[in-house]
Write a protein that binds this ligand. Structure first.
Ligand SMILES: [Zn+2]
Length: 286
């Protein structure tokens, strides 16, 4: 299966909390593993009425929810799984309002659930350099709008995307050479082909070891053969639709985790069936 999970499949695979716990245990620890107490390679059996499994030899107990956001909440495991399912199958993001409506929880709980899940989505893909096989498009954009007091509150985001590959975004302090180029040097392979617009901040990329070319948006030149920034532009469009449409306003503090959410979906777009379990694997082991 390489398609995203359907709601029908979700309901079938996760009918109740027990099924969710079994799945969590399986993904995080496997069915047979070395017991940390007795050292034996042991099967671990579910302990009734507890969220734990015990070693078949010494009875040592393992709690698969430990280290996850599910550990200390009263929200059921199935509700958490359902919200994760929404995050993995949506295109434009999941709002707290939507979670509140679908689960019947308070807005505060809904917001917190979304926030937790988003945080781990950003942890899924690593920081591997891009540009190894395809050209990289780089661009910067403004995200945000007005804060609660009506004050202008926009943030600059730098985006780097390899065509056919991964996207990397960073919240930056200024759209200057000093604010942008170090991120490019760090995240894009030396020697990679980089396409940008004509902005001055990109004027000296050849000196950084990139093969650079640009299109001139000022004179309405958007595509010249392979030179364009359409891939990053469509990522921005998706991100803005998501943030503007579902979240109304995102503070600078939380912007990075929203970016992580959209990166996660972009970078796993060819393997949507893996999203759910990769998210479970992103939780740190205790
Ligand atoms: Zn044991």
């Amino acid at each position: 299966m390489t398609k995203p999970m359907t709601i029908k499949q979700f309901n079938k695979q996760f009918p109740d909390d027990d099924a969710c716990l079994d799945h969590l245990m399986n993904v995080r620890y496997g069915s047979k593993f070395f017991c940390t107490k007795c050292g034996a390679e042991a099967k671990h059996h579910r302990v009734k009425a507890r969220r734990c499994y015990e070693c078949e030899f010494c009875g040592h107990q393992v709690y698969p929810t430990a280290g996850t956001p599910f550990a200390r909440t009263r929200t059921s495991l199935r509700d958490w799984f359902y919200v994760m399912f929404l995050f993995c199958t949506t295109r434009n993001g999941v709002s707290a309002k939507e979670i509140q409506r679908q689960l019947g929880v308070t807005y505060k709980t809904a917001w917190r659930m979304g926030h937790e899940i988003r945080k781990y989505m950003g942890w899924v893909d690593g920081d591997d350099q891009i540009g190894g096989s395809g050209p990289v498009e780089t661009d910067e954009t403004f995200i945000g709008g007005r804060d609660k007091l009506g004050k202008d509150d926009k943030h600059i985001v730098l985006g780097m995307v390899e065509r056919g590959g991964d996207v990397i975004t960073r919240v930056i302090d200024s759209a200057t050479i000093e604010g942008v180029v170090p991120h490019m040097v760090k995240n894009i392979k030396e020697g990679a082909t980089v396409y940008t617009d004509k902005a001055r901040i990109y004027s000296d990329l050849k000196r950084e070891g990139f093969a650079h070319d640009s299109v001139n948006h000022m004179i309405k030149e958007y595509v010249r053969g392979p030179v364009h920034t359409n891939t990053i532009e469509s990522f921005w469009a998706c991100l803005k639709r998501g943030i503007n449409g579902t979240h109304i306003w995102v503070s600078k503090k939380h912007l990075a985790s929203y970016l992580g959410e959209f990166e996660f979906r972009h970078n796993l777009r060819k393997q949507p069936h893996l999203m759910f379990d990769l998210l479970l694997l992103a939780f740190p082991r205790p």
